[in-house]
Design a protein. Sequence first.
Length: 115
Amino acid sequence: MLDLLMSSMAAGAIAYTVTRGSIFEEVRVWVRSHSDFLGKLLSCPYCFLHWVALLFTVLTPVSEVIVTGRHWAVDFITVWFATVAIGSVVTGLIGLSTLAVKFAAAGSNASARKG
């Protein structure tokens, strides 16, 4: 279960970094100019997270996170979407913390100009 939590957190962080991080801005602009579908995919953390979670689920043996044990496909899909769900929480928290930092920086810049 710890593997699921760790890979979900990593998937969420990767999805946010690729879709919102300034380090990937040029890549996103280039992709948008070449493909409307991929450009939209790289601008949506939740959308991109599904693909990152799918990759993580393929690379992580589902047998380590057995949900039902009855059918591998049910376990695979359950783990995939559990990864998306936990990863979504992570992307949301990163987004909120980023906004809080920007808000705090804007407030300190405004008070520095007044003083």
